[in-house]
Design a protein around this ligand. Structure first.
Ligand code: ADP
Length: 448
């Protein structure tokens, strides 16, 4: 049987209360018995001792003072001659009169099924003697203690029931957030709707914190799934265009091409789209590999001055829009990192500067290092970026002008990759740009 935490707490609580009650009952019983009977015996002896001083015998005649008490609080007082004749007083049962006398000791005797205490004292006055006998019912004693015991016997079970119910309700209330968390998690599991969140009570207790942690996890999961979904959608969208062009060219060639020349043209167009797809798939693969970071790339001490020199020289080889590329490289700059990724970072920035540069424009690449950081920057006087687009350009697949970017082979992944590579090296990316005025992209790697 599965037992809920609430039930376990209640059971434990009730068992403890029961144990406590039994202990209390036993203690009350024992204490009551001994103290009350002690009291009763004390009352008996006290009254007898008191009366001893109130008995005078004048010339063999019994003379009782006014303070003589013959009955008080269940204690009976009787006087006997030494011969055993009753002189005065009253006893509940006659058998109690026949008990042999014993000076100064409390005894327990039973008469017609009831228990009594008897206490005798011998009084001597002017040569004559009388017995004072005190009798007290032990039953009265027992009834006093049992009343207390019975009250406890009724009150304690009631208390246990009250504690059990109270404990059950309280623990159920305290644990109700767990129920909510479980329900929401189940709902999310069943519907796959990651936008759902667990309601929090904002009281900051442990369960509230737990709910908060779950919600943070859902936030991350949702963001990841959303990013994954967008990536797949964008990637398939990018691939769909060249495939459509290839299919259209094939159809045209099969149906309409009349000569070799036209077939060549169609083949050329198909090849171009093939290259484009190849480039696209390679970029996607590189991006995914970088993003998943399954195996961290090997790091070494990279000669950044040499690396920047080489990458710039390579890029100058591809003449574009008659743009000039100049450098300002501090010699002897080293950075602990992965040279392939750092080269890709710089290549992406320079290619963008060409792609979005103006005819006869310039690109300026710089590298410098001080005691705090290594800074790499690429400046151009190209088309620039509007302020509202600036924060978005680092997102994957984001392109300010889709058609222009696509025409020049852009996928919208370049800057996202730059940012990831920079972060992998503990660096951060920055951009300053004015629309139509040019841009400066910089990456700062703090010294470790
Ligand atoms: P793309 O493949 O489109 O170049 P990127 O991630 O490299 O993708 O860049 C994102 C967008 O940022 C580009 O589409 C472009 O609009 C803008 N951008 C990037 N670099 C520059 C630059 N040097 N000058 C102006 N705009 C730029």
């Amino acid at each position: 049987m599965k037992r809920s935490i609430t039930l376990k707490i209640t059971l434990w609580f009730t068992a403890m209360m029961l144990l406590l009650s039994i202990i209390v009952l036993v203690v009350i019983g024992v204490l009551a018995q001994s103290t009350v009977s002690q009291d009763q015996r004390q009352a008996l002896t006290q009254l007898v001792e008191h009366n001893m001083g109130e008995v005078d015998i004048d010339d063999g005649e019994l003379d009782l003072d006014d303070d003589f008490i013959s009955y008080q609080n269940g204690v009976y007082i009787l006087l006997f001659s030494t011969a055993g004749d009753r002189l005065t007083g009253y006893a509940p049962y006659d058998t109690l009169l026949e008990e042999p006398f014993e000076d100064g000791s409390v005894r327990q005797v039973s008469a017609s099924g009831e228990t009594y205490y008897i206490y005798d004292r011998l009084v001597t006055d002017e040569g004559s003697q009388v017995w004072i006998r005190g009798i007290a019912s032990a039953q009265a004693v027992a009834s006093g203690s049992s009343a207390m015991f019975h009250a406890a016997l009724i009150a304690l079970p009631l208390l246990i029931i009250l504690a059990a119910v109270g404990g059950y309700l309280l623990s159920r209330r305290a644990l109700s957030p767990i129920q909510r968390i479980r329900q929401t998690a189940e709902e999310i599991g069943a519907s796959g709707d990651l936008t759902k969140r667990i309601e929090t009570s904002q009281n900051g207790d442990e369960l509230d914190q737990l709910a908060g942690t779950f919600n943070q996890m859902f936030d991350r999961l949702e963001a990841n799934f959303e990013a994954e979904r967008r990536f797949t959608a964008d990637a398939s969208h990018e691939l769909r265009t060249p495939v459509s062009i290839i299919l259209a060219q094939c159809e045209y060639a099969f149906e309409n091409a009349s000569g070799e020349l036209e077939l060549y043209e169609a083949l050329g167009a198909i090849q171009k789209q093939g290259y484009r797809m190849q480039h696209l798939i390679e970029s996607l693969l590189a991006f995914v590999r970088l993003e998943q970071g399954a195996e961290p790339p090997p790091f070494s001490n990279v000669d950044m001055s040499g690396l920047v020199q080489t990458v710039c020289a390579e890029q100058r080889e591809i003449p574009q829009k008659n743009i000039s590329l100049s450098t300002e490289i501090q010699p002897g700059v080293y950075l602990y990192g992965n040279s392939d990724l750092l080269a890709r970072l710089l290549t992406n920035l320079i290619q963008n500067a060409y792609r979005y540069g103006r005819e006869n424009g310039y690109i300026h690449v710089g590298l410098s290092q001080n005691t705090q950081e290594t800074v790499l920057w690429v400046a151009d006087n190209g088309i620039g970026i509007a302020p509202e687009d600036l924060p978005k350009i680092w997102n994957r697949f984001y392109r300010v002008d889709k058609s222009r970017s696509r025409a020049s082979g852009g996928l919208g992944l370049g800057l996202s990759m730059v940012k990831q590579i920079a972060q992998l090296h503990g660096g951060a990316v920055f951009v300053e740009s004015t629309l139509h005025g040019g841009s400066v992209f910089s990456v700062r790697f703090p010294k470790k």
